[in-house]
Each structure stands twice: as C-alpha cells, then as structure tokens.
Write a protein that binds this ligand. Structure first.
Ligand code: PLP
Length: 348
C-alpha cells in the first residue's frame, strides 16, 4: 500500500454518541451532525453506525449531502439541511425527503411556495449573526411559519466551546424569549452546548465534532489513527539541509526517513518544525518543511529503519496536531486527505 491508512473507529463514534446522549434527560433527542462528509471521516459509514446506535435525526450542510445520506439510510431517519432551501435545491429536497432548516425570510417564502406541505425547520439568529431569522423578521413571519407546522426551531451558539464566555447565557436567554410558548420542538446545543448543561438541551441536541473525538468533548473516545508508510531512508551529514528552502540543517550526522503524506493530505504546512511522529513507541521529530506529498523525519536515534510511522494515534489526537498547526481539531479532521485508504472498525 503506497499511501497512508486512516483508521476510523466507528465503535468509538457510537460510544461518543451514547455518552453525549446520556448527558441529557431521557426525553431529549440526540441527533448527529455529519456534514462535510462526516467531518471528513465518511458520512455514510458514520451515519449508518449511528442509526444502528439509535440516532433518528441527522444534520448535513448541503442538500446534495442529504440526498446521498437518504439513499444510504433509507426512509426512516429525518435528514435536516443547514443551508436551508436554496433556489436550485427544490428537487433534491423533494427527492431526498430532506428537511431544510430555513435561515431567512427569503428561504421561507421559497419553501412554502415551492413545496407546500413539505417538512421544514427554522433557524433563528440569537446573536451569532451567521444564519437564522433575526428577531424582527421572526416576529413578522412567526404566525405564518408556525401555521405551516415546522418540525424544529433551532439556533446555534457562537462560543459554547468556552464555558467562561458570557455569550452562551446571553444567547440562551434570547432563544427563550424568541421561542417560549411555541409548541414546536426546540434545539440550541451542538457539542459544546450539550456539555454546558441541561438548560441548553431543550428537545434535541446536535453534536458533531464530539462524536468524532474532538474538543470540546474532552472525555471523548479517540476515533482516528493515521499510519503512513516510509518511502525512503538515507543518511545525511552534519550541516546538510533537508527540504524546501533548506530550513533545517542536520546539527550532527543522522538518518532521515521520507514519509508518504503532506499538506495535500491534510497535514498543514504550518506543522513544519512542530510535528512529532511515532515509529512504534519512539517519537521522531519531523524536520524541514512539510511539502505537498511528503514529510521528512529524523530517525537517527532508531535501531532500524521503520516501515511506517504513525501521525495520529489515541494519544496524539487531532486537537494536539491542530494546536501545533495553530488551528482547531475541526479543520484537521475535515482536511484529512482523500488519498488515504480508509479502514473502518465496526462498519455494517
Ligand atoms: C456544525 C454545526 C453543529 C455541530 O457542531 P459541533 O461543534 O461539531 O458539535 C450543530 N449545529 C450547527 C448549526 C452547525 O453548523
């Protein structure tokens, strides 16, 4: 195998879903967010495993993602689309029996005209200013919208990954003011909000990243491991440079392994000089620049040349890699390359 292998533990995904489900009261539904191809890990195998674990509602970003999911999951689950009802998506929404989460008055009008009687949900803006009806618009269209019996009214927290932020309580209060007294199921919390406590749960939680082992769900089971083959090993003399722009020079004679992954495989170039990989149990520093398809690793301290190295493992997760690259686990997860072979544990 000439490329890396991304190991994805679907049993861990299911365990993380169950743990987040257990964080809320019995009557609260725990949905699953599998947008962006299941945060890069494969929306279909992930969603199938979660449906088996008991998830009944899935969220995706685009209608096309929703249609693909519908074909894989069959008719039973609800599939909700965060992009709402885009002008080109009417047919896809209809064929996929998708539930658009309406983010504006324009989408509401389009939906009620194009597909009267077809299920929909409503997104409200409670302060994030990204998607959702603002208070004034909501006040104006609520009678019409509620008469059409939305399946769900939801909003999204901007700062739930930071329990110290006052934004969450502020948004919670706004969400209550905008929705108290309506007889439609409500949802406010993604992973971070789910962990903020029961005040944030309403009728449904919508975790995504926590299912995949990412922060802010610190107690999550690790889901991904990444093993990458070594292409070539060679000696370098003291003073020789390695990689683009000669940013690293061997301080002493050593041995270098060139491994089969780079920034085109989701390992950010910003990791240059900040990445450590494992050869078995022995950490090895990556040296020089991360290039498009290759990383160079100092293996001078090993007894023999490794056949492969591991870049992600249960002790070195996406958040650690993300911190080294100056980004967040979400971005690392969703960038993990399409070139890797994916190996699933616990698939149907
Ligand atoms: C992505 C997203 C989620 C899931 O968020 P996580 O932080 O990954 O749990 C939930 N709701 C909305 C509106 C989202 O965009």
């Amino acid at each position: 195998m000439g490329t890396g292998v991304l190991h994805i533990d679907l049993e861990a995904v299911a365990a993380n879903w169950r743990a987040l489900d257990a964080a809320s009261a019995a009557g609260v539904e725990t949905a699953a967010v599998v947008k962006a191809n299941g945060y890069g890990l494969g929306a279909l195998p992930v969603a199938k495993r979660l449906a088996r674990a008991g998830a009944r509602t899935f969220f995706v970003a685009t209608a096309a993602e929703g249609l693909e999911l519908r074909r894989a999951l069959g008719e039973a689950p609800a599939i909700c689309v965060f992009y709402g009802h885009m002008a080109e998506d009417t047919l896809t929404i209809q064929r996929g029996r998708l539930t658009p989460m309406i983010p504006s008055v324009a989408h509401l009008t389009r939906h009620l005209e194009a597909l009267p009687g077809h299920p929909f949900g409503i997104q409200l803006d409670t302060g994030m200013n990204r998607l959702g009806l603002k208070w004034g618009d909501w006040a104006a269209v609520a009678p019409l919208a509620l008469k059409a019996k939305p399946k769900l009214v939801m909003s999204h927290l901007s700062s739930a990954d930071d329990p110290a932020s006052p934004e969450s309580a502020r948004q919670l209060a706004t969400f209550r003011e905008m929705t108290d007294g309506i007889s439609v199921p409500r949802s406010l919390a993604a992973t971070g909000g789910t962990l903020l406590g029961k005040d944030y749960h309403f009728d449904m939680t919508r975790p995504g990243v926590g299912l995949f082992g990412g922060l802010p769900f610190a107690g999550a089971e690790p889901v991904v491991a990444l093993e990458v083959p070594v292409i070539s090993c060679f000696d370098v003399e003291a003073g020789e440079a390695v990689g683009y722009n000669a940013t690293w020079r061997a301080p002493a004679p050593t041995r270098v392994a060139t491994v089969a992954a780079g920034y085109a495989d989701g390992l950010p170039r910003a990791l240059s000089g900040r990445l450590e990989v494992m050869a078995g149990k022995v950490p090895c520093p990556a040296v020089g620049r991360v290039s498009m398809d290759l990383i160079t690793v100092d293996i001078g301290h090993l007894d023999r040349d490794p056949g492969h190295v591991s870049i992600l493992d249960p002790h070195r997760g996406v958040d650690r890699l993300a911190a080294a690259a100056g980004t967040i686990g979400y971005e690392v997860l969703t960038s993990l390359g399409r070139r890797y072979r994916r190996s699933y544990r616990g698939a149907d």
